[in-house]
Design a binder for this molecule. Structure first.
Ligand code: ACO
Length: 331
């Protein structure tokens, strides 16, 4: 049965902190090289939050721009969903803190923990609420400050992550509107949950002197094991929505994937038979901003005119959990 309403992205915004850390800076911190980082990941620089910046600060700045872009006021928002694994506090949710920053209340506000797939998960949930008529304008954000939970002595992870926020307003579309969500798919394979994990700080291993000493409050990742799973799971999520909508990859105008590694992005593009000129890449500027990579890339591509109204845009991500998902829209 068709949903009573259509959802669309009515506004986008992004924010990254001022401080930039490039590969040469990292050479001074750990045993690495610009050459290794560039060839293995495609990254060159990333933005790092200051000591007094938290996730809600980045998210707020991005959200202000998204509201402006959508021509809406904060009072028009009727739900906030934040995808993040590095919120201001373990609780309450960063979404509730954002509500307070905007001075609005009395509607649902919650966070989604799906690692780098956080924004895709959140956008999919927003889609349901818009399509069934329960909400009209939902603020959906992917935000991350992984630099604060990074082990800066571990070269396997510390060169990869950057901080940032991407905000989107997901709104009810008019029937005549060309812009709309077409389909989405989210999934998870919990059998590999331990490949990417912040081990301490929860009920399994509460914070202790020992957990801090052993660096167990930082990101642990078995990157090479995740690599193949990443391509496979994003391919499967994309293939599912394309087949379900009787589309082939040739009809896709733009592919935006999670920016974790240029080699993963290129492998997915090739596997889907999408021309490399249609694949949006900004990993060299921001590194892996986890849940923020896709909304940041989407905002940039819309503002610089690469993505135009009516273009068919396929997005895909994967991350801690291991989670994965895709989203197909007409911009
Ligand atoms: N500088 C120099 N050498 C390094 C560095 C570094 N920064 N990091 C690792 N190496 C070394 C390793 O020690 C290893 O050396 P050895 O052969 O002597 O043991 C060698 O480089 C190869 O290591 P691999 O881990 O096999 O390198 P790989 O080519 O797989 O690249 C990477 C590593 C970049 C992490 C890659 O596997 C990757 O991108 N994986 C996916 C990560 C990901 O997408 N995670 C999920 C999203 S993140 C989220 O949800 C928060």
């Amino acid at each position: 049965m068709a949903a009573p309403y259509n959802a669309k992205i009515s506004g986008t915004g992004m924010y990254v902190p001022d401080k930039i850390l490039n590969n040469f800076d990292l050479e001074k911190i750990v045993d690495t090289s610009d050459e290794w980082i560039r060839t293995r990941t495609g990254m060159f620089e990333r933005h790092i939050a200051s000591e007094n910046e938290a996730a809600s600060d980045l998210a707020y700045n991005a959200a202000v721009l998204a509201l402006e872009n959508a021509n809406l006021k904060a009072k028009n928002i009727d739900m906030i969903i934040v995808g993040s694994i590095s919120g201001d506090h373990p609780f309450p949710s960063t979404a509730c803190i954002l509500q307070s920053k905007f001075g609005i209340k009395n509607f649902p506000a919650f966070d989604i923990s799906a690692g780098c797939t956080g924004w895709i998960y959140a956008a999919n949930i927003a889609k349901q609420y818009i399509e069934n008529g329960a909400a009209e304008n939902i603020l959906v954000i992917g935000v991350e400050i992984l630099s604060k939970i990074t082990n800066w002595k571990d070269r396997n992870t510390c060169v990869l992550f950057g901080d940032g926020a991407g905000a989107t307003i997901i709104s009810r579309a008019d029937y005549s509107d060309i812009s709309r969500f077409i389909d989405a798919e989210i999934s998870a394979d919990g059998s590999s949950y331990d490949l990417l994990i912040q081990e301490a700080g929860g009920s399994r291993m509460p914070a202790s002197r020992q957990s801090v000493k052993d660096n167990l409050h930082t990101v642990y990742m078995e990157g090479n094991k995740i690599f193949k799973l990443a391509v496979r799971s994003m391919y499967s999520a994309c293939d599912t929505v394309l087949k379900r909508n009787h589309l082939d990859a040739k009809s896709i105008d733009w592919l935006i994937t999670h920016q974790a590694n240029l080699r993963i992005i290129e492998s997915l593009g090739k596997k889907l038979h999408i021309d490399e000129n249609k694949v949006i890449v900004n990993i060299e500027k921001y590194g892996n901003t986890s849940a923020a990579t896709i909304p940041i890339a989407l905002d940039e591509a819309l503002r610089n005119g690469k993505i135009r109204r009516g273009d068919l845009v396929l997005m895909a991500s994967f991350g801690a959990g291991l989670t994965s998902g895709s989203l197909l829209i007409r911009a």
